[in-house]
Design a protein around this ligand. Structure first.
Ligand code: NAI
Length: 252
């Protein structure tokens, strides 16, 4: 068990990559606070962890809201006695060009994908500092490292996640806090079907195109989860500020 006695927060923990990572962190011994807008689905993931013999709570929250993030951090500390690992993973996508994107959509994408990470770090870093360190993993994307079509706000937000991660690593490394981003390629989650819907494309054709990469398939949420477990654990003790790409060779 690589995360025995560790206390973790996972945002967007009710779905896709967040759910798989909540389960994987718990399987390595971590207590997990499953945070999501979708209260019912978050509770189902927490219940699944508890049924498997692990420790988990569900917390309903909007990661773009500072009062919600403060409540998430305070509840986790009250429940588990600290926070050692944070997976800032909640994210949304809008498949639109600059011309098509409204200011409200732009702000919401940045609120959920970027402000959320700033807010979580603002409130969790002092707790990690006092405990002597921790590991923060932020979900970027292949589209945070290169551009993509009809996703202006998403590409801009994920580029921000990747570089914010480096800035956080520089500021908080001396306190023993490691901060890395994990950058998935297309992973088989609800987000991909949502994209097909937004673009008015046939979901099967969209998914087939997503598999067009050197490994000739999409990723599974559990494959991203294992990368996050590694970044969360002491196995990656000298890794900070990095942008780990987990994409079947897509960026290559
Ligand atoms: P998903 O849509 O399956 O799950 C996202 C979860 O985040 C959902 O449970 C949703 O309820 C929650 N969420 C959304 N807005 C929230 C908010 N304001 N507050 C709290 N929770 C919120 O998506 P998926 O694919 O698991 O995405 C997870 C992360 O991975 C995202 O940051 C996404 O941008 C990133 N990503 C996904 C890729 C993919 O191909 N699926 C590729 C690259 C990056």
């Amino acid at each position: 068990m690589r995360l025995e006695n560790k206390k973790a927060i996972v945002t967007g923990g009710a779905g896709g990559i967040g759910r798989a990572t909540s389960l994987a962190l718990a399987a390595e011994g971590a207590s997990v606070a499953v945070v999501d807008l979708n209260a019912e689905a978050a509770e189902a993931v927490a219940a699944e962890i508890r049924e498997a013999g692990g420790t988990a709570v569900a917390i309903a929250a909007d990661v773009a809201s500072e009062p919600d993030i403060e409540r998430v951090v305070a509840s986790t500390v009250a429940e588990f006695g600290g926070v050692d690992v944070v997976f800032n993973n909640a994210g949304i996508i809008r498949r639109t060009t600059a011309v098509e994107t409204t200011v409200e959509e732009w702000d919401r994408v940045f609120g959920v994908n970027v402000r959320s990470i700033f807010l979580m770090c603002k409130h969790v870093v002092p707790i990690m500092e006092a405990a002597g360190g921790g590991s923060i993993v932020n979900t970027g994307s292949g589209w945070g490292l290169k551009g993509g079509g009809q996703a202006i706000s998403y590409c801009a937000s994920k580029g921000a996640v990747v570089n914010m991660t480096r800035a956080l690593a520089i500021d908080h490394g001396p306190a023993g806090i490691r901060v890395n981003s994990v950058n998935p390629g297309d992973v088989n989650t609800g987000m991909l079907s949502d994209e097909a819907r937004q673009l008015g494309q046939d979901p099967a054709a969209f998914l087939a195109e997503a598999a067009d990469r050197p490994l000739r398939r999409m990723g599974q949420p559990s494959e991203i989860a294992q990368a996050v477990v590694w970044l969360a654990s002491d196995d990656s003790s000298y890794v900070t500020g990095s942008a780990l790409v987990v994409d079947g060779g897509g960026i290559a």
